[in-house]
Ligand binder design. Structure first.
Ligand code: NAD
Length: 497
């Protein structure tokens, strides 16, 4: 029987309201009145329209965040209050988890069932982890050795202070989770935020803003500007009133944001693209490794920054592992993410779908073969899960981020060969090694040039473990204690007492 594809009445009511953006505690249109459509990628239908912020709207949002940081009750909140507010926010997310999962589903295309247990649950866990940090932000005292008068006495200490107004710009692949990765440390440390969700996926950020107001955050602590990257994102990234920029998105845009930040010495962290290798050693169980490699690339339609999009398999197992992944891919159920049985949804947009087909076609012309998939499915922006073999390590299929359900697979003969090919990339976000040989894994880990290395798992992220990239995959780390460092400044105080 075909399951019902109807979303909750609350989800429908949220969409029917024509969501506005939040500036200084008020739900507002763009001053120009401009709006932009928000689509469901499973059907290509327009779900609603949201304001399309222009520079003047970004100015208003930054001014509200500045006022809240400098003057409001927020600047005087005690760590315990910041902890309690974050915990309260996580409780409200838990209460509305199904609604948030459905918004992610209809706006991004991902499965609502998976969004509930992954995206939304990870937000809840992350905000609770960050709530704990609010009361553990510490400075230190130092005995100084400066040349001094015989009777002089100094008291010297280092304060760790909130960095100020944060401009957060995020991608569309995990709209709510990426927003929470920025908000958690910002709110724990006492910063205020202007959040610019991706053009395609503003809905869960707007719902999150509603929940923050309900949790009791003062006006202006979070402002959400919806709009295009080229206008609203660019205005935010060059805004002199922003103290710190935090960006998750493509390396191409990350470079623009990094350059804009340097002009005003705005603090900046960049979480960028990836082309992460999955390496299957000779001793690995081919079936287990194949299941792991399939999940590593096909989760979230391959639209994961650390997706295992390059597969290196010991030659002995190559045909087996590729055959097994192809049969997993062929058996995946594609469709509308409101159907709880669906394993793979559409890509985010027609543009992204065409980009992925472009890479597959280019690969074919360069001599690669499609082991499975490579074709369209249904009326939405679907691409069947695809595996390509006979690819060139130096070619675009292996070197460029496709950001879709496309795996490129290559054999290797010895471990040094595998490490060399894994590191032969401009990116360095994640890597997984599949093996039962503990000493081989330990010897490989230091040689892999990426911010995360997983053994017998892939894309395993935990709030306590820093996440970020080497090389073109970014600058800085999210999560763990490193996130707190990125949202604070150190102030050295020397008192002649
Ligand atoms: P994108 O870079 O096109 O857009 C990301 C955000 O930047 C959006 O909000 C967009 O509106 C904004 N933007 C676009 N142009 C801008 C400009 N000129 N100035 C300021 N802002 C601008 O990326 P995308 O297509 O939305 O997302 C996919 C990319 O994100 C992939 O490369 C993926 O690897 C990366 N990503 C990285 C991580 C990570 O943690 N490293 C996580 C998720 C996604």
């Amino acid at each position: 029987m075909q399951p019902s594809l109807t979303s909750l009445p609350q989800t429908q009511a949220f969409l029917a309201r024509q969501p506005k953006m939040l500036i200084d505690g008020a739900w507002q249109d763009a001053i120009s009145g401009a709006t932009m459509p928000v689509r469901n990628p499973a059907t290509a239908e327009v779900l609603c329209r949201v304001p399309s912020a222009q520079e003047i709207d970004v100015d208003r949002a930054v001014a509200a965040a500045r006022k809240a940081f400098d003057d409001s009750a927020w600047s005087r909140t005690r760590p315990r209050d910041r902890q309690n507010l974050l915990w309260r926010l996580s409780d409200l997310i838990e209460r509305d988890a199904q609604l948030l999962a459905e918004l992610e589903c209809v706006n991004n295309g991902k499965s609502a069932t998976i969004a509930r247990v992954m995206d939304v649950q990870l937000c809840i866990d992350f905000l609770r982890y960050m709530a704990g940090w609010a009361t553990k932000i510490e400075g230190s005292s130092v005995d100084v050795s400066m040349p001094q008068m015989p009777n002089a006495h100094f008291h010297s200490f280092i304060r760790r202070e909130a960095v100020g107004v944060v401009g957060a710009i995020v991608a569309w692949n995990f709209p709510l989770l990426l927003a929470c990765w920025k908000l958690g440390p910002a709110l724990a440390t006492g910063c205020t935020v202007v959040l610019k969700p991706a053009d395609e996926t503003p809905l869960s950020a707007l719902k999150l803003a509603e929940l923050m107001a309900e949790a009791g955050y003062p006006d202006g602590v979070l402002n959400v500007v919806t709009g295009s990257g080229a206008i609203a994102g660019a205005a935010l990234s060059r805004h002199p009133g922003v103290d710190k920029l935090t960006f998750t998105g493509s390396t191409e845009v990350g470079k623009l944001i990094g350059k804009a930040a340097m002009d005003s010495m705005t603090r900046v962290t960049l979480e960028l693209g990836g082309k992460s290798p999955t390496i299957v050693l000779e001793d690995a169980d081919p079936r287990i490794a194949a299941a792991g490699a399939a999940a590593a690339i096909f989760f979230n339609q391959g639209q994961v920054c650390c997706a295992g999009s390059r597969l290196y398999v010991h030659r002995k197992h190559f045909d087996n592992v590729v055959g097994e992944i192809a049969s997993i891919a062929d058996g995946m159920k594609l469709g509308n993410g409101l159907d709880p049985n669906v394993e793979m949804g559409p890509l985010i947009s027609e543009k992204q779908q065409q980009r992925v087909f472009g890479y597959i076609e280019q690969g074919r012309q360069l001599g690669a073969h499609v082991a499975c998939g490579g074709a369209q499915f249904g009326p939405g922006y679907f691409v069947k899960p695809t595996v390509m073999v006979d690819v060139d390590q130096k070619g675009p299929l292996v070197q460029e981020e496709i950001f879709g359900p496309v795996l490129v697979a290559m054999p290797f003969d010895d471990i040094d060969d595998a490490i060399r090919m894994a590191n032969d990339s401009r990116y360095g976000l994640g890597a997984s090694i599949w093996t039962n040989n503990l000493s081989a894994a330990h010897r490989m880990v230091p040689k892999i040039k990426s911010g995360s290395v997983w053994v017998n798992c892939h894309s395993a992220l935990d709030p306590a473990m820093p996440f970020g990239g080497f090389k073109l995959s970014g600058i800085g780390r999210e999560m763990g204690a490193a996130a707190i460092d990125n949202y604070t400044e150190l102030k050295s105080v020397i008192m002649n007492v």
